[in-house]
Design a protein around this ligand. Structure first.
Ligand SMILES: Nc1ncnc2c1ncn2[C@@H]1O[C@H](COP(=O)(O)OP(=O)(O)OP(=O)(O)O)[C@@H](O)[C@H]1O
Ligand SMILES: Nc1ncnc2c1ncn2[C@@H]1O[C@H](COP(=O)(O)OP(=O)(O)OP(=O)(O)O)[C@@H](O)[C@H]1O
Ligand SMILES: [Mg+2]
Ligand SMILES: [Mg+2]
Lengths: 250, 250
């Protein structure tokens, strides 16, 4: 089962969701995390030293052999990313089949894993497209902020284009509200709007804004491992269980 | 004077800073805002209806004639953006001189303005490069979060590359801490780290996290116009005055 965590809006919780869902699911399942963002925040999230990585997602996108890029860290498998990946965007332009590179690599190894979770950059460029083309599902983290709805419409259109023009069968697993601050009127208004437009797709779990998340990144560990009792950690536990139920039903 | 507001990290306050600085400076000066982000959040920030725009930054990047794309809204000039711009990334690949398109357009009209402020997307791709190549200065909003420092190193390297390989003279105007939550330990730790590494470049003004900013976006207006007394609005007023002093000195 391959899942993209995607939303071209910056800072809406993609990496935090990929890291925490990944950490939780890896307790009982075999999980592979793929960091396909040149910023490499997911890689940093697990305390991986980028300078020491011999082979990263950059090498995979240019020369394949994803098996050699997988590293094991704190009980999870991960394909790390570094800023080198930014160079691949130019190097891959015009290359025939460039949207399928990650797909072809993952096809070979996906059966070794229960879940492959891909963290994408805040853009609808070649890395996000590769992720969507390679995936069975896309999970969309949404910050309850004014610009969120506009971005969702654009993203859903890209999902449709991936299916129609690149003959895929990518399904929306759902949207999850992140960094929710229940005390602000605008957060509540946007939540209502998202519920109205995407009620069938919205996860019931809402991830609250919680200082533990930022503290945990400084400790090089996902919130769910750093402090199990924090509100965001408990919410991610609920999200993981809802995530698994949704996938069993589909 | 042309200034890029840039940082490839998502959601660190680029658009909010461009909108509020722009709104404040336009009181006494002639200001042009350029939205070169396919997400078009700056365009939305000023309540502009994207569907009604005949000519946007997309048309400018492909066919020039920036003069025809400028619209006047609420006392400020702005070149709007829509998702169409995303298509330009592919259309411009390999085109000779594609990094200079915005520069060549702005050269013709920049003297009509005291300040041209460009809002960029969360990436180091062709639109951000065009913005940096066109600019005299880059202003970097930084959210006091763990991933901030890593991104700053990458961004400063890109600024150096723009100068050395594209023979520009882009200078760092400064970095400004945004969305600062003084109550969290991690915010304060990151602030200290940024101060240590970039003390000469850091603006004294810190923009606090403030619910007024999110409420104002829902009202289609920058915070400084929506509620002058809010903490973020007062901070942006201080930032605008520090911004002008820094530019007079240089
Ligand atoms: N529930 C939360 N409470 C508090 N802070 C959070 C929460 N979720 C994420 N954050 C913080 O907000 C910032 C943005 O989150 P994150 O990096 O996960 O977003 P992103 O969508 O991956 O960003 P980008 O678009 O840059 O990839 C990070 O510094 C993260 O630590
Ligand atoms: N001082 C602040 N207090 C509270 N919320 C803020 C503040 N500044 C920005 N925000 C909110 O945080 C979100 C991200 O801010 P903004 O869109 O300005 O960042 P950005 O860097 O332009 O994002 P992107 O990388 O997607 O372009 C927005 O919803 C904005 O309204
Ligand atoms: Mg991320
Ligand atoms: Mg923005």
């Amino acid at each position: 089962m391959i899942i993209s965590i995607a939303n071209q809006k910056g800072g809406c919780g993609k990496t935090t969701t990929a890291a925490n869902l990944g950490a939780l699911l890896s307790v009982k399942h075999k999980v592979l995390l793929v960091d396909i963002d040149p910023q490499g925040n997911l890689t940093t999230h697990f305390g991986i030293n980028k300078a020491e990585q011999k082979r990263t997602i950059y090498d995979v996108m240019l020369n394949g052999r994803i098996e050699e890029a997988i590293i094991r860290k704190d009980g999870i498998d991960i394909v790390p990313s570094t800023i080198d990946l930014a160079g691949a965007e130019v190097e891959l332009t015009g290359k025939i089949g460039r949207e399928y590179i990650l797909n072809n690599e993952l096809k070979r190894i996906a059966r070794k894993y229960d879940y492959v979770i891909i963290d994408t950059p805040p853009s609808l460029g070649i890395f996000t497209i590769n992720s969507l083309v390679a995936s069975d599902y896309v999970l969309i983290p949404v910050q309850a902020e004014f610009f969120a709805l506009e971005g969702l419409t654009q993203l859903m259109r890209v999902v449709e284009l991936v299916n129609s023009r690149l003959s895929r069968n990518l399904k929306l697993l759902g949207m999850v509200i992140t960094m929710f601050n229940s005390r602000t009127r605008s957060s509540n208004e946007v939540l209502e709007d998202v519920r109205k437009h995407y009620s069938k797709s919205l996860f019931k779990t809402v991830i609250p804004r919680n200082v533990t998340v930022t503290d945990s990144t400084m400790a090089g560990s996902p919130a769910v491992r750093y402090n199990k009792t924090a509100s965001a950690s408990r919410a991610y536990v609920k999200l993981a269980s809802e995530f698994e139920k949704k996938l069993k039903v589909k």
